[in-house]
Ligand binder design. Structure first.
Ligand code: NDP
Ligand code: BG6
Length: 494
């Protein structure tokens, strides 16, 4: 059970948080619960309003009832307090608006009138095709004040060119300091902890390089399928949905040089150097170093699930990938020769996000090992569902002979932090309200990520690479294992 002082932070300034797409999936599942938690933590001032905007014919009472039905269920029972929920929904107002109709913005204008001194956030939880309509709409209605900010959901565009168009349109009405491009992985405590682990300890830095590390693996596995997001997903695919943003952000945080401070630009300057140092995967290189997959029906303990093509929103000849594995390399003194294997997929065996750092073997081994294997040291950083760090080291096995046995040094964050860890959107929303951009993507970062991903997509299209089938409940197509085996490595599986 949380208490109102749990994970408290200093209160934010009075605000109007205009949530475009307030009735959508993301709002109901993540954004409104995140705001609820910040409300419980007493971080939202009394004069902080949440204005949910969508076309559905509802009034504020009707929308609050919708939240009761569709958002409340996404708050863990043990963290739910009825009295806090009731006071939270008092903050929420509904605005019926079609964002493509300019005259509709007059309704928003009258709701915001007289509150120009408040922080004003336009949060765009809508399809990217509506981003420009909304920024133009609020601009033409004269709603952008000096304290206004705009927050946008990923994916920002579908390639570098379309991201540039969106960014240009944004830049026409907002300053860069007012733009908050969201990759919710950056809001995860576990992801921030990667930075803490690397730069808060002197232990790792001398080891964090090609002389000591043989390969790095990053896996974001999901057990869910595309479910109700079929239409969006089929236009997008795993490369654009997960690799361009979440996976590359994890890679960049692992590989970046130590920034001089936590100043937003100091951190982002280092991150972009890694993105620019990624060796391009173009043409045949892209084909040889990537694997596309698509899930078929399969079974979990809870029962069987249909395949991707059986989803009613997916054309039955769709070749969109629901799985990607690839080998990336960074051309830099620190990382030359170290492969970074990335993989992500829907309907995999389990939900798990994990980073594996495999160190090199000892140069000359003088011991036998009890199991006959001589695996190198390994650092396992589990980011979700639970946060754990494990380090495989060797000790002397029990008995007469000096034989080695692997053991794990274990750090389970649940043992260290008894309190609930914040969900990613809590931190991100508070940072938008405060105007702190450190956990958001700068324009050049988004472009650099697309610039690396685009040639892969183009190669798939050019060579008409069909996705390889994999069974729901497995860890992806066998080609993903071959990709890593051919270099003499194997995916870490627990
Ligand atoms: P949904 O389709 O569930 O929601 C879209 C929302 O936009 C609805 O509230 C809809 O309400 C509203 N809307 C659509 N057209 C208009 C219009 N013309 N005028 C006003 N409101 C409109 O989408 P999601 O919530 O899934 O996604 C929202 C954004 O977040 C997308 O950019 C997506 O890529 C991104 N995202 C989503 C994630 C998720 O897990 N869902 C994860 C990460 C990013 P109505 O139809 O009543 O107008
Ligand atoms: C989103 C993707 O950005 O991240 C989804 O659009 C995916 O397809 C989700 O399911 C995964 O996020 P998390 O926080 O559940 O790992």
């Amino acid at each position: 059970m949380i208490t109102s002082t749990d994970i408290a932070g200093s209160p934010v300034e009075p605000f109007d948080f205009v949530l475009f797409g307030g009735s959508g999936d993301l709002s109901m599942r993540k954004l409104l619960p995140a705001l609820y938690f910040r409300h419980c933590a007493n971080q939202l001032p009394a004069d902080g309003r949440i204005i949910c905007a969508a076309r559905q014919e509802l009034d504020t009472d009707g929308f609050r009832a919708l939240m009761d039905a569709e958002s409340k269920i996404h708050i863990d029972e043990k963290d739910f307090m009825e009295d806090h929920w009731l006071s939270f929904i008092e903050r929420v107002h509904y605005l019926r608006i079609d964002v493509t109709v300019q005259s509709d913005y007059e309704k928003l204008k009258s709701m915001l009138a007289g509150r120009e001194e408040h922080v004003r956030v336009f949060y765009l939880s809508v399809a990217p095709s509506l981003f420009n309509k909304i920024t133009e709409g609020v601009n033409a209605a004269g709603l952008i004040t000096p304290l206004s900010r705009v927050a946008l959901e990923k994916p920002l565009g579908r390639d570098e060119a379309s991201a540039d168009v969106i960014n240009d349109e944004l830049a026409a009405v907002f300053k860069e300091s007012q733009i908050f491009r969201i990759d919710h992985y950056l809001g995860k405590e576990a992801v921030q902890n990667l930075m803490a682990l690397r730069f808060g300890n002197s232990l790792f830095e001398p080891l964090w390089r090609n002389e000591r590390i043989s390969d790095v693996q990053i896996t974001i596995a999901e057990s869910l399928g595309v479910d109700t997001r079929g239409r969006f997903y089929d236009q997008t695919g795993a490369l654009r949905d997960m690799v361009q943003n979440h996976l590359l952000q994890l890679l960049v945080i692992l590989a970046m040089e130590p920034p001089v401070s936590v100043d937003p630009d100091a951190v982002r300057d280092e991150k972009i150097k890694v993105l620019r140092a990624l060796k391009p995967l173009v043409g045949r290189d892209a084909i040889e170093n990537t694997v596309r997959g698509q899930y078929k029906a399969g079974a979990y303990d809870e029962g069987t699930v249909p395949g991707y093509l059986e989803n009613e929103d997916i054309p039955n000849d769709s070749t969109t990938e629901t799985f990607v594995a690839l080998k990336a390399e960074i051309g830099s003194w620190r990382w030359e020769g170290v492969p970074f294997y990335l993989r992500t997929g829907k309907r995999l065996e389990k939900k798990q996000t994990e980073i594996i750092i495999n160190f090199k073997k000892v140069p000359h081994s003088i011991f036998e090992t009890a199991d006959g294997l001589n695996e190198p040291n390994q650092l396992i950083i589990r980011l979700q569902p639970e946060e754990k760090i494990r380090m495989r080291v060797y000790v002397k096995a029990w008995g007469d002979a000096i034989t080695l046995q692997p053991v794990h040094l274990n750090l389970d964050f649940n043992d260290v932090f008894q309190k609930r860890r914040m969900i990613a959107y809590e931190r991100l929303i508070v940072d938008v309200l405060r105007g702190n951009p450190v956990l958001f993507m700068r324009r050049d970062e988004v472009s650099a990520a697309w610039a690396w991903v685009d040639p892969i997509q183009q190669a798939w299209e050019h060579f008409q690479v069909e996705p390889k089938a994999y069974r729901a409940g497995s860890m992806g197509p066998s080609a993903a294992s071959n990709l890593i085996h051919r270099d003499g490595f194997a995916w870490y599986e627990e």
